[in-house]
Design a protein around this ligand. Structure first.
Ligand code: ADP
Ligand code: MG
Length: 381
């Protein structure tokens, strides 16, 4: 595996920030809902609070902080639904005096990485800090543009993500187990392949397991699967076996029968049955593997946990993540949401703020946003 070249500048590499205007790219893509009166309300301000250590680091040293973020997918057009105004109000309560620009994605130049949009973002700015891990896998203007001209650094949040995830990739304590689930294997193929290089075992649940079970020749009923990925799963099973790695698949499944009645099955699903969760035997087995590991990375729920009937597998895995002595890292929006729903998010060592970004960093060992910081004018070494 190739080591990542060059170091990424940290806040200390910005030099004296007193009296300077510092642009901080934050991830304020907070969950929101619309109230009965049509008001947009933030349902969880975690991402705003998570940016405070970096913001405070800068303001305590006399910098003026200008934050900027995307919110939702307004697709290059101004849209009141995705206005930053509610975030600005909350930010003003948490960090008075800190500015927040309007939604970056209101301008097509953001996603199009347009140099003139970069020029507008950086006008009157003296230094740049990237603290938006969840957007670092995108070569968007606000991520890769400012470091081309400004002294730049990663913020404290981004630094923690990079330390933890590259640590997993480059020097994990063994046994290292990756627990993967979620809906689509095609989304996560790259990371499954890359993880096979570094893990001792893969544990697979979620809808993803049905494509693997189909590749092994088991009947999967009417469960969610990806027929065009069967060949790839077959190959991954062979590669794993050649390298002496184990891919653990469920031995029992919970779901609905052809008449939509709740049912528990062994590894073979009858015609018309849909698997929506790993069964209790699999959950116990997966839990044992997690308890015996020294490093565990978990991405993707074990079942359709949003439905209480199919949450048990994910809960058992989440509980094992909380109980094990292993170093535990969780990546992925839905897995993090599941942990939070079970109130176990404080019981793991690191919950990544970036779904796609965490998988891509594990897979490739680098991200466009990090590469840009490494080439900043103040980066050396
Ligand atoms: P993450 O956001 O943690 O990376 P994904 O987005 O890949 O996870 O997948 C999460 C979704 O997968 C959840 O909405 C869950 O309901 C769904 N899911 C998991 N297992 C199944 C299953 N057996 N059948 C259908 N959907 C499933
Ligand atoms: Mg998801």
């Amino acid at each position: 595996m190739t080591a990542t070249p060059g170091r990424i500048p940290t806040l200390d590499d910005l030099g004296d920030v007193a009296g300077k205007r510092v642009l901080v790219r934050t991830d304020f893509n907070v969950p929101m809902e619309t109230s009965a009166t049509g008001e947009r309300i933030i349902t969880d301000d975690f991402r705003i609070r998570a940016a405070l250590p970096t913001i405070n680091w800068l303001t305590e040293r006399g910098a003026t902080v200008v934050t900027a973020s995307h919110l939702g997918r307004p697709k290059g057009q101004s849209n009141p639904k995705y206005s930053m105004a509610p975030v600005r109000t909350r930010l003003a309560e948490l960090a008075p005096g800190v500015e927040l620009l309007e939604n970056l994605r209101f301008d097509p130049g953001e996603e199009g990485n347009d140099p003139s949009f970069v020029a507008r973002l950086t006008a009157g700015i003296d230094a740049f800090v990237d603290d938006a891990f969840g957007a670092c896998h995108r070569a968007h203007a606000s991520i890769v543009g400012p470091p081309q001209t400004l002294p730049s650094a990663m913020g404290l949040l981004l630094q923690k993500e990079v330390d933890v995830l590259l640590g997993l990739r480059n020097h994990p304590k063994h046994p290292f187990v990756a627990v993967l689930g979620g809906s689509k294997i095609s989304d996560k193929l790259g990371v499954v392949e890359a993880l096979l290089d570094v893990v001792d075992a893969l544990v697979i649940g979620g809808a993803m397991c049905f494509t693997f079970l189909a590749a092994q020749g088991y009947p999967i009923g009417a469960s969610l699967w990806e027929p065009d990925q069967v060949e790839t799963c077959r190959r991954l099973l062979v590669v794993a076996a050649e390298r002496g790695k184990t891919i653990h698949l469920p031995e029992d499944i919970v779901g609905l029968d052809a008449d939509s009645n709740y049912a528990t099955y062994g590894i073979r699903l009858p015609e018309g049955a849909k698997g929506f969760d790993i069964g209790p035997g699999s959950a116990a087995a997966f839990s044992d593997i997690i308890m015996e590991a020294r490093t565990v990375f978990w991405n993707g729920p074990m079942g359709m946990f949003e439905d209480d009937r199919f949450a048990a597998g994910t809960l058992t895995v989440a509980q094992a993540m909380a109980d094990t002595k292993a170093f535990t890292v969780v990546g992925g929006g839905d897995s993090a949401a599941a942990l939070a729903q079970f109130r176990l998010d404080d019981e793991v060592d690191h919950v990544s703020t970036g779904g796609g970004a965490s998988l891509e960093l594990l897979e490739l060992g680098d991200l466009p946003g990090l590469e840009a910081l490494r080439k900043a004018p103040n980066a050396h070494g």
